[in-house]
Design a binder for this molecule. Structure first.
Ligand code: ATP
Ligand code: MG
Length: 435
């Protein structure tokens, strides 16, 4: 006997009985991205490590502590993507997508890998839906991005997610703010946590994001970024808000929301919920006007967001949101004897060719067990074929929920006879769609 291998800690299986939830949510995401004019981009699971050092940022927790990095046999340093923005930006440059005309708008659905402490809503392999816009500096692009994320929550019927909004200014006005933060937090070097102490020099804005009680208490009275941003940035922020007002999307301005990378500029936002405990940020995004340049391209105003799919599903579950159940078997054909099995096989194939879900026994069960199975898989209709039925060229189809029965011939007329009754009983437009 072999020894069972278990999944790696922090990774989860998505099982056949649950995958319909993922498919439903992902379909909504794709549809929303597409009505907002975004096209899908798919990038590799791994990239050169350097991409993330630059594209996520050397000073972030993700790069400092959380990446799955390894050397290949050829001695190259490779990293499993911890997020989707860097890979999309690399592809944008590598394939000169800007030649297709700006703005370029892309969305993705992908798995991410971060070595962090696994808990509810925090995994080592997890999934994100995200959107990216390249080449748009106007505030309407920010508002469009936020509306697109918000529309996913709306379409899924998710309630109680707050949109928290902030502006962290541009390269120029950030300097004053950073200096003010250094001066303020510099007074608390004996109290700040070790991580924040190291942030003090390199990236003091990240201290505002620290989850430790002491640091966040100190951060409460820290200088507020909105008092430091320049007129241009401030006007941009006002315009983002005014377009959100036009779209009737509610927000609260939260000055502690920072995304902390050097190339994050101006708008930053998060969608937060209190219904799933500590891991309450379901979606985060903002503008990164410096990113493409950082990766070797021309200055290109860009922005985007990423939404955690596991966290979204947790929120939906906690709010009792019912998802449409997956389709069940339209017709189960129970057959006994070689001739009957051949007939069943032929009919099943014919139904499947017309996109109906048809099943028959493939494990060698007896008739009673086959019918039990039809019940278990919640087949809508069932039908039994034995030698007698073949001789009589007729079998009886049973509506499993009402018990109603009707006859069908077991020859070329089978398909039409079944479909006609099926359409009436199930009130579907199947006959029209087959024409
Ligand atoms: P957190 O502060 O919760 O660690 P983050 O700032 O690291 O989040 P982002 O890099 O902005 O997260 O990723 C966007 C979204 O991806 C998050 O809002 C969250 O929904 C999801 N996410 C991030 N890390 C994980 C993880 N380890 N497991 C599950 N979902 C995650
Ligand atoms: Mg994190």
């Amino acid at each position: 006997m072999g020894v069972l291998t278990k999944k790696v800690k922090g990774a989860e299986d998505i099982l056949p009985r649950d995958s319909y939830k993922w498919q439903f949510v992902e379909d909504v995401m794709k549809q929303q991205a597409e009505v907002y004019g975004f096209k899908e981009i798919r990038t590799p699971v791994f990239e050169h490590t350097m991409l993330f050092n630059r594209g996520v940022g050397e000073t972030t927790d993700v790069v400092q502590k959380e990446m799955y990095t390894f050397d290949t046999k050829g001695g190259e340093s490779i990293t499993l993507r911890p997020e989707g923005t860097a890979g999309a930006a690399r592809a944008y440059l590598e394939h000169a997508l800007y030649n297709d005309g700006l703005p370029v708008k892309a969305y993705y659905l992908l798995s991410c890998y971060r070595y962090e402490k696994a808990q509810a809503g925090r995994q080592r392999e997890f999934h994100q839906f995200g959107m990216e816009t390249y080449g748009a500096s106007d505030a309407k692009a920010d508002a469009e991005m936020i509306c697109a994320a918000n529309s996913v929550f709306e379409r899924l019927g998710v309630k109680n997610v707050r949109l928290e909004l902030n502006s962290i200014g541009c390269k120029t006005c950030r300097k004053d703010f950073t200096n003010a933060l250094k001066e303020y937090f510099g007074k608390y070097t004996d109290k700040l946590c070790a991580t924040c102490l190291s942030r003090l020099e390199r990236n003091p804005m990240r201290i505002l994001d620290c989850k430790s009680e002491i640091c966040s208490a100190i951060a409460k009275d820290a200088p507020k970024v909105l008092d430091y941003i320049c007129t241009d940035c401030s006007q941009h922020f006002e315009r983002v808000k005014s377009f959100l007002d036009v779209a009737e999307v509610d927000y609260t301005v939260n000055p502690t929301i920072v995304r902390g990378l050097d190339y994050y500029t101006r708008t930053v936002f998060e969608f937060v919920t209190d219904t799933i405990g500590a891991q309450g940020t379901v979606c985060g995004g903002g503008r990164y006007d410096g990113l493409i340049e950082e990766l070797g391209g021309q200055p290109t105003p860009s922005l985007g967001f990423a939404m955690g799919i596991e966290r979204l599903l947790l929120v939906m579950q906690s709010q009792g949101i019912e998802l449409p159940q997956p389709k069940t078997c339209d017709l189960y054909i129970a057959a006994l004897g070689e001739n009957a099995e051949k007939k069943a096989f032929e009919f099943v194939r014919e139904l499947r060719d017309s996109s109906l879900i048809a099943e028959m026994d493939i494990v060698g069960r007896g008739l009673r067990a086959q019918m039990k199975y039809a019940d278990k898989i919640k087949a809508k209709f069932s039908m039994v074929i034995g030698d007698d039925d073949i001789n009589a060229n007729k079998a009886s189809v049973k509506n499993m929920s009402t018990g109603d029965k009707f006859d069908v011939p077991l020859d070329k007329g089978f398909f039409e006879a079944f479909i006609e009754k099926y359409a009436i009983m199930e009130q579907t437009g199947i006959i029209d769609s087959l024409k």
